[in-house]
Ligand binder design. Sequence first.
Ligand SMILES: Cc1cc2nc3c(=O)[nH]c(=O)nc-3n(C[C@H](O)[C@H](O)[C@H](O)COP(=O)(O)O)c2cc1C
Length: 261
Amino acid sequence: MRWGDMAQRMRQSLGLSAISGMAIGHAENGGARVFHLCDCVLRAGVIGCRRLHSTLCVPHDRLSLMSDHALDPAALDQLFRTARTYNAFSGEIDDATLHQLYDLLKFGPTAANGSPARFLFIRSKEAKARLAPLLDDGNREKTLAAPVTVVVAHDLDFHEKLPVLFPHTDAKSWFEGPRENRQVPAFRNGSLQGAYLILAARALGLDTGPMSGFNNAGVDAEFFAGTQWKSNFLVNLGKGDPASIFPRSPRLPFDEACRIV
Ligand SMILES: Cc1cc2nc3c(=O)[nH]c(=O)nc-3n(C[C@H](O)[C@H](O)[C@H](O)COP(=O)(O)O)c2cc1C
């Protein structure tokens, strides 16, 4: 039987909508055989191989709750597994790309759709010069050289826009009162939106370099005077230079970082 025919038969028997990958493993008897077929690795159907090499292989019958629309492995690599934090960037980023970036990240969820994050894209030489003295020494050179540096900030008066952003009910009233009471929701949801920005940038093929080493109060005074915008962290954007990354640091294993109860 040809591989293609076999793949189609297995696709049907596993109930997969399409197949984009196939891998060969070694069976107990030493022979080679197909050990999984998938339309994406995370929905792999594992077929009788006891020497699975791929850490991504998950038995098909364990995945009944996974979405039919999981991204393919290359996309997961681009967003997470091979994405890195860069320390040197090149290229140019035009306005249209920054609009694209915002038009993706804005859909990430926030409490009551409050969307408290505000983003300042620092691109001009003049604006970079205003930022320069407010950066930690170790962050200055790479930030001045990056095509764009984003100040991820949040608006402590974000609730003013809730009548538009969450029109089903009077959500604005939930956040009225002393401004310091809005600090936690603004920071929490603004930080989430900063993370959405990093992932949206990666999805668009941009590399990122997030940084918290700078003078927040100084940035607020320099760029946000007369507003209630407060800086959270910075993100350099551009085409990352692979020579500028550090060796990948380990991540906590599941058992140290997670509990299932
Ligand atoms: C909120 C935040 C603040 C960070 N601050 C700095 C910083 O001030 N300077 C710096 O060089 N790297 C900074 N980093 C980079 C982290 O050290 C880096 O993202 C982390 O080690 C993971 O690296 P990797 O993505 O290459 O695996 C920061 C990252 C984040 C998310």
